[in-house]
Design a protein around this ligand. Sequence first.
Ligand code: ZN
Length: 163
Amino acid sequence: MTLTRRTSSPPASSTALLDFLNSHAYEGHPDDLSTFAAHPSDRVEDLRRLRDLLRGLVADSSSQSRRDDLSDWIGTTPLILGMDADGSLVIRPGDDTHTAAMLASVLELLRDGWWQRLRLCANVKECGVTFIDESRGGQRRWHAVETCGNRINSRRHRARQQS
Ligand SMILES: [Zn+2]
């Protein structure tokens, strides 16, 4: 996938995928995964497995077992592939489940070269929010530098002064 040229902006479906990935519990935010299980075929435990898997892949994309797991999910979820008028690949969920929508979004990110730009906020313990790094150099570390970045940096600064 390294040959993929990134499109100018991430696919529209990535907003919903980020909401799903960020349904974990973190500071000031309860785990709200169950709100995504609106369709009878979406079981909360399956959504949790999928969320954990995708967050795990964002944290460490080199894990072969996680890649295999993702392949299994893609292979067993109804997805519709096609081609649009300009000849680019169209990926759509094959049913109304949240699972299919999320996997279609993952494939769109892969198609458009943005999957590798998914990051976990470096404030892992308190935050761990997933974001898309749209910076030119791809070195963004914080989901929001004003909150997570400044907090960690000032803590490091204080620790240095105390030592
Ligand atoms: Zn953060």
